[in-house]
Design a protein around this ligand. Structure first.
Ligand SMILES: Nc1nc2c(c(=O)[nH]1)N[C@H]1C(S)=C(S)[C@@H](COP(=O)(O)OP(=O)(O)OC[C@H]3O[C@@H](n4cnc5c(N)ncnc54)[C@H](O)[C@@H]3O)O[C@H]1N2
Ligand code: MOO
Length: 441
């Protein structure tokens, strides 16, 4: 059931308008096409201090500079000792704290609660007494085993071993390990520069709109979402639906961005100017329409074009359609641009039959991408969500149910979703494995 075919990958006719629906790629092919397109963008690197590296994408493999740890150290508070004891502090026993340097002649570290002071002063870690000490009566012998409680140099990592690979999105732990491994800065990919073109005369950015007007669903989330995808919004244009303003805004954006993300205006009506304006720019050797639309609902009017030196992702105006397209298409343009691998969708098992013949007429022949969430876990047999399908029946996968309120103009279902499930045109039955992309990324 889950497949990632490539049959429809590649460029389709540059005419765009009225393209044969059979040439519209399915959602999984669209991810691959978008990824390829992203790889053609410039990929500058920058060096950043470690404190600014979490969430950035590593530009080169990074290796351990010096053995970790770089000296033999104590794993306990107590005494580094040579031989079986009793010991004379300063001669064959040395007070140590956890993490202290252990003298090279020590054979092990005995924790302080297992040591008794026989004479003089040697009261504990960090004090340099000159007393006589021995293992307390009844204390186990194991702290006398050679090497006991000594963290040997290089035990965690040897110089030259890998810290993280190019293309990885750096986690807090990776950045911390890079510090311990000897780095002060890391080479990361410069964030692709994204320009937003938010269209719609009826769209208002605050307050309670009058009938005929709608509250902007994109402005409040897109800059943060784009950041989560590894890029940065560097310019934003909010316009109505006119031809001249669309032209002017696009002209402004292409000069300062790598990727343009537009919302709305993807239709074919007289007020949908974005598609026409983008198509007019598809000229010369480098201009291309990668797809004029998709074989997917919601989101079928989504387009992907390369023009004016940018990749242009045309998101439909309907909010759910736009967010589905963003998760599939924009996310993959940016993965390509950042040298990250193409995403391998996880798999979940559908909790209920889904018959695409239901709903809007004509929708039955399209792929469907829908907000979904884990169902009642007691009903499933699998437990945790798997990232790899273990079998195509989905019997071992966690059961997921579709969210309600998932009309293409809605957001309520998406707001409850943990992922987007991808269902082929023939539909899917309860218990079938289906591809699933986690949300928000
Ligand atoms: N005759 C046809 N009409 C429509 C078709 C079709 O095939 N034939 N497709 C429908 C589908 S599917 C979609 S999706 C939309 C695509 O619309 P556009 O990309 O052209 O976008 P607009 O017309 O500008 O807006 C559509 C819808 O979205 C609302 N919108 C726009 N921006 C925002 C925003 N920032 N926040 C919230 N809502 C927004 C807008 O008010 C409209 O309701 O076309 C269908 N029609
Ligand atoms: O993109 Mo539209 O909203 O398919 O439904």
């Amino acid at each position: 059931m889950v497949e990632n075919g490539t049959s429809q990958s590649g460029q389709v006719g540059a005419s765009g308008l009225g393209a044969d629906p059979a040439q519209a790629p399915n959602p999984l092919d669209a991810m691959a096409i978008a990824y390829e397109s992203g790889t053609r963008l410039p990929a500058p690197q920058v060096t950043r201090p470690l404190a600014e590296c979490v969430g950035e994408v590593l530009a080169q493999d990074v290796r351990v500079v010096r053995d970790v740890p770089h000296y033999d150290s104590s794993a306990m508070d107590g005494f580094a000792v040579r031989g079986p004891g009793p010991w004379i502090v300063g001669e064959n026993a040395w007070p140590v704290a956890t993490g202290s340097l252990v003298p090279s002649e020590a054979t092990s570290v005995v924790r302080q609660e297992w040591v008794q002071v026989d004479a003089g002063e040697a009261s504990g870690a960090g004090t340099a007494g000159a007393g006589r000490i021995s293992l307390a009566p009844g204390a186990p012998q194991r702290d006398l085993e050679p090497g006991r409680n000594i963290r040997r140099a290089g035990r965690e990592a040897l110089s030259g071993e890998l810290v993280a690979r190019a293309g990885e999105l750096l986690t807090p732990a990776q950045v911390a390990f890079a510090a311990v491994a000897g780095h002060d800065t890391l080479p990361v990919c410069a964030r692709p520069r994204v320009g937003l073109l938010l269209t719609g005369t009826e769209v208002v950015a605050s307050g309670l709109p009058q009938p005929g007007f709608v509250r902007d669903a994109f402005g409040p989330q897109l800059p943060a979402y784009v950041r989560m995808l590894g890029a940065e919004v560097v310019a934003s244009e909010r316009i109505g639906d006119g031809e001249a303003e669309t032209e002017a805004a696009l002209e402004k954006l292409v000069g300062q961005c790598d990727v343009v993300v537009s919302t709305g205006g993807t239709g074919h009506s007289r007020v949908d100017e974005v598609r026409r304006a983008a198509l007019r720019r598809v000229t010369g050797e480098t201009g291309r329409v990668l797809f004029p639309e998709l074989n997917m609902r919601p989101g079928h009017p989504t387009f992907l074009m390369e023009h004016s030196g940018v990749v242009h992702v045309g998101l439909p105006g309907n909010p759910l359609a736009a967010m589905v397209a963003l998760r599939l298409v924009l996310a993959h343009v940016l993965r390509g641009a950042l040298g990250r691998g193409i995403e391998q969708p996880g798999a979940v098992s559908l909790a209920h039959d889904f018959d695409p013949g239901q709903g809007r007429s004509g929708a039955g022949s399209a792929w469907r991408v829908m907000p979904a969430k884990p169902g009642d876990t007691s009903a499933g047999e699998g437990g945790q969500q798997s990232t790899q399908p273990r079998d195509t029946s989905g019997a071992n996968l966690q059961r997921w149910e579709l969210c309600d309120k998932r009309g293409s103009n809605m957001l309520r279902g998406l707001a409850q979703a943990r992922g987007l499930v991808v269902i082929p045109p023939e539909g899917a039955g309860a218990g079938d494995a289906v591809a699933c992309l986690p949300l928000p990324v």
